[in-house]
Design a protein around this ligand. Structure first.
Ligand code: FAD
Length: 431
């Protein structure tokens, strides 16, 4: 994460208030929400929503939860039925954008068709990283991995994973991030033997506190999964028919497997922006606090955008529904004449077995962790730097989560002595 000076960009005029047409590249959470919010705000111009996926816009969180377990079908993933787009005059186009001409203000699709735009919104999301080891496949080359080796980003990925899971007996999950652990929980519930291999020393190392990480280690171990930390994968081995059979670790150990999920993070899809000459960093497409790129006719939002967080001055790229939706709403407001900097409090959730984790705020740079609550299955972890509350992780504690969002928005100061005192609770603070 880089320090940034939000003001460097933000003083530029926005040339494109109320453009005649808006083209959105990517019809995921952020792309869909941009179109929907524009119409909610009374935007009268043409809206074209271009999707590389041959599906109605859908939400991704159930792909590693209800959809995988079979309790939600594909239609329940849809953000809206097809009639919505017809009624709202949102043109859904199935195709892949291959180039942007910023001077002519057009985008070109793989089939050669072109669309001109008054304003362009890049909502291209991210693609899963894969492992650079034999058997794991080549990035972007479908079918190059051994059969039974999966990544999980799209509904198509989830359908393939669900089919594999139905027949699997031994699953190895590479990466103890949210997607890896959510899948591991479902696989256990399906009766699979599950081993999670993680290069770091603990689960969710980039995302949660040590205390919360320990909780998830215990949760998965109690449910019968094996978690191996500080280990990396050297190769995936298959049988003569090309189906995965084992995962070989760097220490030479072999883990038998008939299903492997690689959950080692994502790479933002920045190539279109880079080819159009827009500034792009390792962490995403560079935007200002209004989510404008260096070209005032092009915005970038959601998982692909690296934006300056007004509160901290850090440049961030977040992967969450709330971030994509919040970005989309802000861009829709800007395009209909209301200006503000993006300053929403980040929040996120994950469901594993019957545990619900909700995180409010960002814990980077915290120096103190304080656990609130005596119930080992329902508690919150407060993360502070000095007396500043930075983030709260709430496990099976929805009320704490709601209260902490309010406290974090108000940027309250709390001393560690105060929060560790007998009888302290977040709700008492609100009173
Ligand atoms: C399995 C899974 C579980 C998740 N669970 C949670 C959760 O519990 N809580 C939470 O907050 N978040 C969760 N997330 C994250 C959340 O879904 C994402 O942060 C969110 O979808 C980001 O929205 P987006 O619009 O930026 O990108 P996406 O939703 O990824 O949409 C990007 C779209 O752009 C398309 N696209 C890319 N390039 C082009 C192109 N050149 N032309 C046309 N189309 C293009 C892609 O095909 C894709 O459809 C989860 C994600 C996954 C994958």
């Amino acid at each position: 994460m880089a320090r940034d000076t939000p003001t460097a960009y933000d003083t530029r005029p926005a040339h494109d208030t109320r453009p005649a047409s808006v083209v959105v590249v990517g019809a995921g959470q952020g792309g869909y929400q941009t179109a929907a919010s524009l119409r909610e705000l009374g935007y009268p111009g043409r809206i074209t929503l271009i999707s590389a996926e041959d599906a109605l816009p859908y939400e991704r969180p159930p792909l590693s939860k209800a959809y995988l377990t079979g309790t939600a079908d594909e239609t329940q993933l849809w953000l809206r039925p097809v009639t919505y787009y017809v009624r709202q005059s949102i043109d859904l186009v199935n195709g892949t954008v291959t180039g942007i001409d910023p001077a002519a203000r057009t985008v070109r699709l793989a089939d050669g068709s072109e669309y001109d735009y008054g304003h362009l919104v890049l909502a291209t999301g991210a693609r899963p990283r894969t492992l650079d080891v034999p058997g794991a496949g080549l990035r972007g080359v479908p079918g190059s991995a051994l059969r039974g080796v999966h990544t999980l980003r799209t509904a198509q990925d989830a359908a393939a994973l669900r089919a594999s899971l139905a027949a699997a007996r031994r699953a190895v999950v590479v990466g103890a991030g949210f997607i890896g652990l959510e899948f591991a929980a479902v696989a256990r519930e399906f009766g699979c033997e599950v081993t999670v291999v993680e290069a770091q020393g603990r689960p969710l190392a980039r995302a949660v506190s040590v205390r919360t990480g320990e909780y998830f280690t215990r949760l998965h171990e109690r449910r019968g999964s094996r978690l191996l930390f500080g280990r990396s994968v050297a190769a995936l081995h298959g049988d003569r028919r090309g189906a995965v059979r084992a995962v070989e670790l760097a220490d030479g150990r072999r883990l038998p497997a008939d299903l492997v999920l690689i959950g080692v993070g994502v790479t933002p899809r920045t190539e279109l922006a880079a080819a159009a000459g827009l500034p792009v960093g390792d962490s995403g497409i560079t935007v200002d606090s209004r989510l404008l790129t260096a070209d005032p006719y092009i915005s970038a939002i959601g998982d692909c955008a690296a934006f300056p967080q007004v509160r901290s001055g850090n440049r961030l790229r977040l992967e969450s529904v709330q971030n994509a939706v919040g970005h989309a709403r802000l861009v829709a407001e800007r395009l209909t004449g209301t200006f503000r900097a993006y300053d929403e409090l980040p929040w996120f959730w994950s469901d594993q077995f019957s545990t619900n984790l909700q995180i409010a705020g960002r814990a980077e740079g915290h120096d103190t962790e304080v656990v609130l609550g005596d119930d080992p299955e329902a508690f919150s972890v407060l993360l502070l730097r000095g007396t500043r509350l930075l983030a709260v992780e709430s496990l099976n504690s929805p009320v704490d989560h709601l209260v902490s969002r309010q406290l974090l928005r108000e940027e309250v100061d709390l001393s560690p002595d105060e929060v560790t005192a007998e009888g302290f609770s977040l709700t008492s603070l609100m009173r």
